[in-house]
Ligand binder design. Structure first.
Ligand code: SF4
Ligand code: SF4
Length: 663
């Protein structure tokens, strides 16, 4: 009788839950395709496939955090292997005898052995998950009902599997196939030795079979509604990820006559990739742990941001699907988790994106939200009003006339492109190097080094304008595009063979963002260029004044452009100079607090990011803090002053340290 009705109930259970799963998944997919904003990620398919192998199957980023990484990898691979057996269970439940044993005992037995061991591995991973969430409780990790439900589901699945297999062994301990069970074999023998009859053991095995099956199907129905949606979305999100380190901000078509809004105002303004990002979040909290804004008490947590955007997306799914989005509220609003303070706290350091195991692009959400706030709502920190005005009138964030842009090098005999258009190198000085007293000394050191190495270079002088980074990162895409277009026109007039920048922000924007505006040039940061001159023997450092040095990585040089080694190579080339690394260095380096136009905004909430970083630098005992960015130098100099260490510790650009070592 039982064998007669079992196939029907197995089939009904599978069909019911699968239908619901497909129904929910279809809604999720339709939501993605209903979003009007485009995103093209159809390029470099081989690299994308490789990325899936490395980051999904290889769990590369997951494993960067040792203990939770190993636990997750055990769960991930355990699930893949066990799922083969689960599918087999379902098929065998409907068509009795159609199972893996058809492959022969040797293959089936080995599979049972591996699956049995992986069941233990998954259970161990889940126990660690409970331990982390309930005992260790790291501040960055969410321990909500959802996370615990998922862990409980997984634990239940594994325990039911052990129950099923153990009773199966106890029901037929002599079966050669059952000898392959390792953990379940051990448990099954205990049950057998307890005197349980084979018939009752069989009943026990069937009870656990049903329990396991129902848990699998229940879990399947739960996935599209939970954080475990990442099981479905993480793979595609990694496939469609931003490839490489360099990243350009989205160029908004401001001349689109059909556009009713710019940037991310309502949740329906997301691109499909932005929504996929939200689906893919595992709520691991790694981004929050790395975020300088979170670490210093700002209301921004990239993890919460993604979570809150997802909540908003799910809440308005019906309107998106019905294409009735006119009445949707702004996603950044005072009564939601995403307030303006959250959006403006970001320094755009990309520490979040660097650690995210599923390659979510948090800065895109933030930049696009800022764009909408500025362009559509005229809402931005008051300090930015002056900066925008200066950029508009003086082409620099500061109140200096553009006609004084080349005054810093009046006595240095520096050629200008207008007089020497065939110069081998165009030195793009940047606003800080041109106007900021401290940064002018760095620009002077760079000139001294270029001359020493007989480099044929020239500057743009008055023709140079702000590269557009502060306006763009602050959401003023209109102003940024105006500056970019004017610079592009100038650059295309001279067509320089190489552009040398003295600032990572100029470097990043010219290198990665000007291409979309019709200017593609060989752009190099001064640390890379100078290290090459040393390598070519054109600069020969001797013993300099700085002996104990620590180096602070600029986010826009490092995480945005993968330049970590050049500044270190320069320092290493100077005799008797010893570099002590800070605990957080290279791609883990802590931001100085100035990026994302935060340089021009007041830091009113929490503790100061630059003080946090300066304390870390001072703790190395170094007498010189080396930087490679004028904004970092300013922030760290302020930090040293705040810690009253200016008599003992100096902040210098790597170019200055090198120039002082060249006689
Ligand atoms: S870019 Fe930096 S500051 Fe902004 S959310 Fe990410 S980690 Fe935080
Ligand atoms: S955004 Fe990425 S790093 Fe942050 S919680 Fe989600 S998965 Fe983890």
């Amino acid at each position: 009788m039982y064998w007669a009705i079992k196939p029907f109930f197995v089939f009904a259970a599978i069909a019911g839950s699968f239908s619901y799963f497909i129904f929910r998944s279809k809604i999720l997919l339709n939501t993605l395709t209903s979003l009007p904003t485009k995103a093209d990620r159809s390029d470099h398919i081989p690299s994308r496939i490789k990325s899936v192998f490395v980051d999904v199957l290889g769990q590369r980023r997951v494993l960067k955090k040792k203990a939770p990484g190993i636990a997750h990898t055990m769960i991930f691979w355990g699930f893949i292997i066990i799922t083969i057996g689960t599918v087999e269970m379902m098929v065998d439940g409907i068509f009795r005898g159609v199972n893996l044993s058809l492959l022969g005992e040797a293959i089936y037995g080995r599979y049972l052995l591996v699956a049995d061991i992986m069941t233990l591995a998954v259970l161990s991973g889940v126990c660690f998950g409970f331990f982390r969430r309930l005992v260790l409780k790291p501040a960055y990790l969410k321990t909500g009902v959802d996370a615990l439900t998922v862990l409980a589901f997984t634990a239940g699945l594994m325990l039911a599997l052990f129950g099923m297999n153990s009773f199966r062994v106890a029901a037929d301990p002599g079966s050669t196939l059952n000898q392959y069970f390792f953990v379940s074999g051990f448990l099954g023998n205990i049950i057998h030795q307890s005197g349980l009859s084979p018939d009752l053991a069989f009943v026990g095995s069937e009870v656990f079979y049903w329990l396991h099956l129902l848990l699998v199907l229940g879990f399947l129905m739960y996935i599209p509604r939970s954080k475990h949606l990442h099981i479905l979305a993480a793979g595609p999100n990694i496939f469609f990820r931003q490839l490489g380190t360099s990243k350009a901000m989205i160029k908004t078509d401001l001349e689109d006559e059909n556009a009713t809004s710019f940037g991310l105002g309502k949740i329906s303004d997301l691109s499909w990739k932005g929504a996929l990002d939200l689906y893919a979040c595992t709520e691991c909290g790694r981004c929050q742990e790395a975020c300088p804004a979170s670490l210093t008490g700002k209301p921004l947590s990239p993890s919460n941001l993604v979570h809150d955007f997802r909540t908003e997306l799910f809440a308005h799914q019906a309107a998106i699907l019905a294409k009735k989005t006119e009445e949707l509220p702004n996603v950044v609003r005072a009564d939601s988790g995403v307030t303006e303070d959250v959006i403006w706290a970001c320094t755009s350091c990309r520490a979040c994106e660097e650690v995210c195991p599923v390659h979510i692009e948090q800065t895109t959400l933030i930049f696009e939200s800022r764009k909408n706030l500025v362009l559509m709502q005229s809402s931005f920190p008051a300090e930015m009003q002056t900066v925008f005005r200066n950029l508009e009138n003086n082409f620099t964030p500061w109140a200096f006339g553009s006609d004084t842009r080349a005054d810093w090098c009046r006595d240095l005999e520096v050629k200008q492109m207008a007089d020497h258009p065939t110069a081998e190198v165009l030195y793009y000085v940047g606003c800080a190097g041109s106007f900021d007293d401290r940064a002018k000394k760095v620009a002077t050191a760079i000139v001294k080094l270029l001359k020493k190495a007989n480099v044929d270079f020239a500057i743009l002088g008055k023709e140079e304008k702000c590269n557009g980074d502060p306006a763009r990162r602050a959401g003023n895409e209109y102003l940024a595009q105006m500056l970019i277009k004017e610079n592009v026109e100038t650059l295309n007039k001279y067509k320089p063979r190489k552009i040398l920048t003295g600032c990572p922000h100029c470097f990043n924007t010219l290198k990665n963002e000007y291409t979309a505006f019709g200017a593609q040039y060989d752009v190099v940061h001064h640390t890379t260029f100078l290290s090459e001159l040393i390598e070519q023997g054109k600069l020969k450092p001797a013993v300099g004044a700085d002996k104990e040095v620590t180096f602070h990585d600029s986010c826009y040089l490092g995480r945005w452009n993968d330049v970590y080694q050049s500044p270190r190579d320069i320092l290493k080339a100077i005799p008797e100079l010893n570099v002590t690394e800070m605990p957080r260095n290279k791609n883990k380096g802590l931001c100085c607090g100035a990026g994302g136009a935060r340089m021009f905004m007041e830091e009113k909430i929490g503790t100061r990011i630059n003080i946090n970083r300066t304390e870390e630098a001072l703790a190395t005992g170094a007498k010189t803090i080396a930087a490679a960015c004028p904004f970092c130098s300013t922030m760290l100099t302020d930090g040293v002053k705040a810690k009253e260490q200016q008599a003992n510790v100096q902040v210098k650009d790597v170019a200055e340290i090198l120039a002082e070592s060249i006689t």
